[in-house]
Ligand binder design. Sequence first.
Ligand SMILES: C[S@@+](CC[C@H](N)C(=O)[O-])C[C@H]1O[C@@H](n2cnc3c(N)ncnc32)[C@H](O)[C@@H]1O
Length: 282
Amino acid sequence: MRLKNSNQDNTQDLSKPTYNPSGRSFSGWLGGKSQLARTIIEMMPEHSHYCEVFGGAGWVLFKKSPSKFETINDINGDLINLYRVFKYHLDALLQEFETQLISRDEFERLKVIPSHTLTDIQRAARFYYLLRTCFGAKISDPNFFSHVERPRHLKLGDELRQVLTAIHERLQKVTVENRNFDVLINKMDRPDTLFYLDPPYYNCENYYGKDIFSRDDFVKLRDILKGIKGKFILSLNDVPEVRELFGEFNLHSKKIRWSLNTESTDENNGKELIITNFPLPE
Ligand SMILES: C[S@@+](CC[C@H](N)C(=O)[O-])C[C@H]1O[C@@H](n2cnc3c(N)ncnc32)[C@H](O)[C@@H]1O
């Protein structure tokens, strides 16, 4: 839709994305938002630039229709290298998996190789292998996952080509960044930017590695978000400390099931707080 922006003397393409039920990421991710994606996408206001600040495996990006401009960012260099290789070197990456063996020995061998000793393509293949064969997608300290009754996550051959070709195509117009959250927000903030922010949960700051996100960063994030020109949607665990920190914004509580593989009990259910700087229709 083409709308005239009365504050600036130019026109901009604003659109409201739709939810794509068949959209899928390339992997699970600790705290990944596959279950919450629909709720978040349906809350999205019109925008021209969609910017995902704490990208992880990008479940919201992969389940939404494309916006005019899109950015995905994460502080994890191995992960962002993987996105770049999906985007630019898919065939070379697939070649790395042509003779790949899935075994605990191979997992342990790859785990101890320092990623700076590898080419970008080898680095991406190593990271993707570890991510898809480890327990619970806990890549910061991975353990090999094996289960007699559950299928393995890492697909090979034609199945892998099919999954990763969809990722390659979806990423063609997406800008991939590897910045700290504050640098990225300041760089991308415009009146027509929509930020989606999915930082580590409160009290789980170290889940993605040491010294990349601290308790104080929640205050820093809140203070940056207070002053932005664009709009944001932030998802966090619904705990009193988060409600107090972000209390000046609009707060929406959503129940979610933490694990798909367990029964729905209070222990397996959690509450997510979705925080916005714009009102949502009742
Ligand atoms: C909850 S996960 C995001 C999950 C993602 N929404 C998904 O659906 O897969 C949080 C992400 O924040 C990233 N992160 C942690 N500290 C960061 C920082 N200081 N700047 C940017 N990204 C950071 C982590 O590497 C992790 O991938």
